[in-house]
Write a protein that binds this ligand. Structure first.
Ligand code: C2E
Ligand code: MG
Ligand code: MG
Ligand code: MG
Length: 281
C-alpha cells in the first residue's frame, strides 16, 4: 500500500528509515571499538537471601558509556551485539572480568567466598560457541569452583533451539554450574520447560513482583510459580524487589531469594565490594 498512499509519505518513510539506519550503523560501528576503548563496564547487582539477610550472588550486568551518545542501555546494544556477532567478545569480557572481580573480592574478604556471579548468556552466544569449555577456562584461570558461577538464560533459547539447549543445560548441570531461567512469566512460558530442561532456579520477572500488592491476579501467579517450583525442587528468585512490602509478601510465600532496588541497583565493582562488607559482616 505504500506506493498508493502518495509520493510524499513514501519519502518521509524513507527519511525515517534512513535516520534509524544511520543511528544503528553508528552504534554498530562504535560498539566494535567499545571494548578496546574500555567503554564497556560490568556492574553488579546483589541477589539476597531473605532469611539470613546475606548476599548470595551478584548478577553481572553490562554497561556501555559512549563518549558522545552517553549511557546506552543494554536493552539497546545487546540485541545489536547479537545480530553482528559482537556478543561473543562482549560476553567473553563480561564472563572473565566478573569472575576476576569475584576472585579479587575473595582475596580481600572471606565473606566473599560463598558468593557467586550470575552471568547472562544470549541464545546467539550459546549457539555459536563452545560455551562449556569457554566457561571452564574462565573458572580455571581465576581458580574458582563451578559453584562460583550461575548461568542465566531466557525462554527464547529453549524455544529457538530446543535440542541444543537441552544438551547444553545438561552439560552445565553435570559440571555443577546452576542454570537460571531469567524473566520467567514473560515470553512464551511453558510449564513443560520446567521439567524438560536441567534448570536449577527460576527468576520470576519483575513485572509480576511489582504488581503483587495491587493485583490479586499477579499475586496468584507468583504464588503458583512458587508452589510449582517447590514441588519440582527448583529454586526461586524474585526480580524487581523494591519495597519492604514486597519482602514481606515473598517471605510469606516462601520465596527466600530476591534481587531489586530495595537492596541495591546495579553498581560498579568497588561499590559492590562495600555491599559485601556491610551486608555479609
Ligand atoms: P536481566 O538479565 O533480566 O537483568 C535485570 C534487569 O532488571 C537489569 O536491567 C536491572 O538493572 C533491572 N532491575 C533490577 N532490579 C530492579 C528493580 O528493582 N526495579 C527495576 N525497575 N529494574 C530492576 P539492565 O541492567 O538494564 O539490563 C537489561 C537486560 O539486558 C538484562 O535483563 C539482560 O537481559 C540484558 N543484559 C545485561 N547485561 C548483559 C550481558 O552481559 N549479556 C547479555 N547477554 N545480556 C545482558
Ligand atoms: Mg539476568
Ligand atoms: Mg531478568
Ligand atoms: Mg531481562
Amino acid at each position: 500500500h505504500a506506493k498508493e498512499s502518495g509520493k510524499a509519505r513514501y519519502e518521509l518513510f524513507d527519511v525515517d528509515m534512513h535516520n534509524n539506519a544511520m543511528k544503528r550503523l553508528r552504534i554498530e560501528n562504535d560498539l566494535r571499538n567499545a571494548l578496546q576503548k574500555n567503554q564497556i563496564k560490568v556492574y553488579y547487582q546483589p541477589i539476597v537471601d531473605l532469611e539470613q539477610n546475606k548476599i548470595i550472588a551478584f548478577e553481572a550486568l553490562a554497561r556501555w558509556n559512549h563518549h558522545e551518545l552517553g549511557f546506552i542501555p543494554p536493552d539497546e546494544f545487546i540485541p545489536i551485539a547479537e545480530e553482528t556477532g559482537m556478543i561473543h567478545d562482549i560476553g567473553q569480557f563480561i564472563l572473565h572480568h566478573s569472575l576476576g572481580t569475584l576472585k579479587f573480592w575473595q582475596t580481600q574478604y572471606s565473606q566473599a567466598n560463598d558468593i557467586a556471579i550470575s552471568v547472562n548468556f544470549s541464545s546467539k552466544q550459546i549457539e555459536q560457541h563452545d560455551l562449556i569449555s569457554e566457561i571452564e577456562l574462565a573458572l580455571q584461570e581465576n581458580e574458582l569452583p563451578s559453584s562460583s558461577l550461575k548461568v542465566e538464560i531466557t525462554e527464547g533459547l529453549l524455544i529457538e533451539n530446543e535440542k541444543l539447549a537441552q544438551k547444553l543445560l545438561k552439560k552445565l548441570t553435570e559440571s555443577s554450574i546452576p542454570v537460571l531461567l531469567d524473566d520467567f512469566g514473560t515470553g512464551y512460558s511453558s510449564l513443560s520447560y520446567l521439567h524438560k530442561f536441567s534448570l536449577h532456579t527460576i527468576k520470576i520477572d519483575r513485572s509480576f513482583i511489582n504488581q503483587m500488592e495491587r493485583s490479586e491476579e499477579h499475586l496468584t501467579i507468583v504464588k503458583t510459580i512458587a508452589f510449582m517450583c517447590s514441588h519440582l525442587k527448583l529454586g526461586v528468585i524474585a526480580e524487581g524487589v523494591e519495597s519492604d512490602e514486597h519482602i514481606k509478601i515473598l517471605k510469606h510465600l516462601g520465596i527466600l531469594q530476591a534481587q531489586g532496588y530495595r537492596f541495591s541497583k546495579p553498581v560498579p565493582a568497588d561499590e559492590a565490594q562495600k555491599l559485601i562488607v556491610n551486608f555479609n559482616a
